[in-house]
Design a protein around this ligand. Structure first.
Ligand SMILES: Nc1nc2c(c(=O)[nH]1)N[C@@H](CN(C=O)c1ccc(C(=O)N[C@@H](CCC(=O)O)C(=O)O)cc1)CN2
Length: 300
C-alpha cells in the first residue's frame, strides 16, 4: 500500500499550495462581488496578548484584505469576562456585513472555549469548531470544516493520487485538529487510527500508517523509527525553541531530519501546514458568505 521510499528532500510545499488556494479564493470573491454586489466579511476576535496569537490574527487580517474580502478585528483585554465576549459575538452574529466569525485560541482561563465557539451561529462558524459543524462533519453532511485539518487534507490530496484503503494514523485527539482530521480521512476512504495520551504503544501504531498526521504540540515527539518507510507525514506541530546562538526557531512534532530519511513525503515546519490554515480560513469565509449571498453556491 505504501509509496516507494523517496530520496530525502521530498517536501510537501505548503506555502506554494496555500498560495494557489488563496489565488483561487481571490478570483471567486471577485466573481461573488460581480454577482451580488457584496464582499465577504470576516471578524477575528483576539482576547489577551499572547504574542504568537497576535502574529496569527494580524496575518489573518492581512491575507483577508489581499483576497479582496473585508476584515474586522476585535482586540479585547486579557481580563475580558466571558459575558462581554458573548455580547460581542451576539452582535457579530446579527451583523449582515459579517459572514465569518473566528475567536482566536487559546483563550484566557476565565473563558470556556466550548461556550464561546457554540455561541457563533453555525453558518458564520468559519473555524468549524461548534457542535453543529462538528456534528455535520461526523455525519458526512456538508458544513464548515476546521481550517487546519482541511489544510492537511488538501496537502494529502495534492500528494497522494488515491487515499482509499490506506491506513491513516492520527497522533493527537484534539477537537481543533485530531478528531476532525480523523473524520476527514475516514471520508476519503482511509482506515483510521487515532493515538492519544493513553495509547499504549503510539510508536508501534504510527509505524502502521501509510499516512501519519501528527498534532500533539510536543516538539520532537515523533522520531524517524516511528515512521513506516514510504509513508506520507503531515506535521501539524509548531513550537518556537531556542537555538545555540541565542535566537529561536520553529520546529514541528516530528524530528524532521530523521523523518525525511524514511518518509516518501513530508511537510516542513515552517512552510507546511501553517500557511494552509490561513488559506483554508479564507476559503471557509468565502463559503460562509455564499451561504447568505448566493445560497445556490453551496458547501462542499
Ligand atoms: N480559532 C483558532 N485558533 C487557533 C487556530 C485555528 O485554526 N483557529 N490554529 C492555531 C494557530 N493558527 C491559526 O490561528 C496558525 C498557526 C500557524 C500559522 C502559520 O502560518 N505558521 C507558519 C509560521 C509562522 C511563524 O513564523 O510564526 C508556518 O508554519 O509556516 C498560521 C496560523 C492555534 N489557534
Amino acid at each position: 500500500m505504501t509509496q516507494a521510499r523517496a530520496e530525502p528532500g521530498n517536501l510537501i510545499d505548503g506555502k506554494a499550495i496555500a498560495r494557489r488556494l488563496t489565488d483561487r479564493v481571490k478570483i471567486e470573491v471577485e466573481a461573488l462581488r460581480e454577482k451580488t454586489g457584496q464582499l465577504p466579511g470576516l471578524a477575528v476576535v483576539l482576547v489577551g496578548n499572547d504574542p504568537a496569537s497576535e502574529v496569527y490574527v494580524r496575518n489573518k487580517a492581512l491575507q483577508t484584505h489581499r483576497a479582496g474580502m473585508r476584515s474586522f478585528m476585535h482586540m479585547l483585554p486579557e481580563t475580558t469576562p466571558q459575558d462581554e465576549l458573548l455580547g460581542l459575538i451576539a452582535r457579530l452574529n446579527g451583523d449582515p456585513q459579517i459572514h465569518g466569525i473566528l475567536v482566536q485560541l487559546p483563550l484566557p482561563k476565565q473563558i470556556d472555549p466550548a461556550v464561546v465557539t457554540n455561541a457563533i451561529v453555525p453558518h458564520k462558524d468559519v473555524d468549524g469548531l461548534g457542535e453543529v459543524n462538528a456534528g455535520r462533519l461526523s455525519l458526512g453532511i456538508p458544513g464548515l470544516v476546521p481550517c487546519t485539518p482541511l489544510g492537511c487534507l488538501i496537502l494529502l490530496r495534492e500528494t497522494l493520487p488515491q487515499m482509499r484503503g490506506l491506513h491513516a494514523v492520527v497522533i493527537g485527539a484534539s477537537n481543533l485538529v485530531g478528531k476532525p482530521m480523523a473524520q476527514l480521512l475516514l471520508r476519503e476512504g482511509c482506515t483510521v487510527s487515532i493515538a492519544h495520551i493513553d495509547t499504549r504503544d503510539p510508536a508501534g501504531l504510527a509505524r502502521e500508517g501509510d499516512i501519519l498526521v501528527v498534532a500533539t504540540g510536543r516538539s520532537g515527539l515523533v522520531r524517524g523509527d516511528w515512521i513506516r518507510p514510504g509513508a506520507t507525514v503531515i506535521d501539524v506541530g509548531i513550537t518556537r525553541v531556542p537555538t545555540h546562538d541565542g535566537k529561536t526557531k520553529l520546529v514541528g512534532d516530528v524530528v524532521f531530519e530523521e523523518a525525511r530519511q524514511v518518509a516518501a513525503h513530508i511537510t516542513p515546519v515552517p512552510g507546511g501546514v501553517g500557511p494552509m490554515t490561513i488559506a483554508c480560513l479564507l476559503h471557509n469565509t468565502l463559503q460562509a458568505a455564499r451561504l447568505t449571498l448566493d445560497p445556490q453556491g453551496g458547501l462542499a
